[in-house]
Design a protein around this ligand. Structure first.
Ligand SMILES: Cc1cc2nc3c(=O)[nH]c(=O)nc-3n(C[C@H](O)[C@H](O)[C@H](O)COP(=O)(O)O)c2cc1C
Length: 358
């Protein structure tokens, strides 16, 4: 059996293989509600054989959305459709998590396919004033966010907590906190975007405080047997920014906080980033964090082939592989990979006739 298809048990959840559908914003919601697009998008990939799916960034508050069309989990009415989705995914023998997120200064944007996803000024329809660690815009051409005061920070933490309660009611097995790609948690972590002088800024310990307080609040209400992952940008790819050693130091602390796995992405917090794009370009960060912090990690980023994915698991560079765009090209990637790697896996009974060439 190919190692990509070896099961892994995290707490009492046994994932049938190592393939995770990485979070992917669909920008297809109205007022935060999931709909049939989300059911089919996630459902198809569960049918396609992934062991675990993670929903797109799920906004903990309306102002925490990247766009007005983001998925949301800020009110109880959101739960019903999400529960339909988790039920369907479970029926396929897969697990499902949701990525709780707040966009911070990257909020109030247009959908990417409408005019390139530019910022919508706060006083225009579908726009609002964004918040961040400091009043620094992402680029010079964007409006400056409002730096959160202590009450504002406490409100965001409470929003994450309330969202975690709803995620449990919606049947999710896992929460992934979105601490990557330059969104609000990342804005606090990074010395480039966090210029605060209070207990949430300055030193490493102060910059990680916001994330740790969110984790404590979520842990308070999230069942102990369910999983908690954190996605980080393991490096900003900018001199003087957050780097891989910071990520290892953070991962060691997150391990003591009951975080089960670090999902190692990179970048997204500075327009100055220089990313050396190539196949598997972020795997080295999953490997470093796993080795030096002794915690489970997920590798993500241009993992596109079955033997490449298998090699990441076989060589022990990461415990899970997260696939985004390859899963868009082929929702049945896991079934195809099993075929290519000559590993017997269970197919959906409805599709069994495609399992062999006969
Ligand atoms: C359409 C699309 C939407 C995405 N939305 C999210 C998101 O909601 N949250 C997130 O953490 N990453 C998001 N990403 C990033 C992916 O999860 C992944 O980290 C990235 O695409 C690299 O993996 P890939 O090379 O397999 O696509 C998105 C990527 C794509 C292509």
């Amino acid at each position: 059996m190919a190692n990509l298809f070896s099961p892994i048990t995290i707490k009492n959840i046994e994932l049938k293989n190592r393939i995770v559908v990485s979070p992917m914003c669909e920008y297809s919601s109205i007022d935060g509600f999931a709909n049939n697009w989300h059911l089919v998008h996630l459902g198809a990939r569960a049918v396609g054989g992934a062991a675990l799916l993670i929903t797109e960034a799920n906004a903990v508050s309306p102002e925490g959305r990247i766009t007005y069309a983001d998925l949301g989990i800020w009110k109880d009415e959101h739960i019903e459709k999400l529960k339909e989705i988790t039920d369907f995914v479970h029926e396929q023998g897969a697990y499902i998590g949701t990525q709780l997120a707040h966009a911070g200064r990257k909020a109030s944007h247009e959908k990417p396919w409408l005019g390139g996803g530019k910022q919508i000024p706060f006083d225009q329809p579908n726009g609002w004033k964004s918040v961040s660690a400091s009043d620094l815009p992402f680029t010079d051409t964007e409006e400056a966010p409002v730096a959160l005061d202590k009450a504002g920070i406490e409100k965001v933490i409470a929003d994450f907590k309330a969202a975690a309660i709803r995620a449990d009611k919606a049947g999710f097995d896992l929460i992934e906190l979105h601490g990557a790609h330059g969104y609000l948690i990342n804005q606090f972590l990074s010395p480039l975007s966090n210029k605060r002088t209070d207990e949430y800024g300055g030193s490493f310990d102060n910059r990680i405080r916001f994330l740790l307080e969110i984790i404590d609040a979520v842990r308070d209400v999230w069942p102990a047997e369910k999983l908690l992952f954190v996605r980080i940008s393991a490096t900003e790819w900018v001199d003087g920014g957050w780097d891989a050693d910071d990520s290892v130091a953070l991962a060691k602390i997150l391990k003591t906080k009951g975080v089960d796995l670090i999902d190692c992405s990179t970048g997204g917090n500075s327009p100055l980033q220089q990313i050396p794009i190539k196949l598997g370009y972020q795997v080295e960060f999953a490997e470093k964090v796993k080795r030096e912090a002794d915690i489970l990690t997920g590798a993500v980023g241009l993992i596109v082939k079955s033997d490449q994915a298998d090699e990441i698991i076989s060589s022990g560079q990461a415990d899970l592989v997260f696939l985004a765009r390859e899963e868009l090209r082929d929702p049945n990637f896991p079934l195809r990979a099993a075929f290519e790697l000559e590993t017997e896996v269970k197919w959906p009974v409805q599709y069994e006739r495609a399992k062999f060439h006969k």
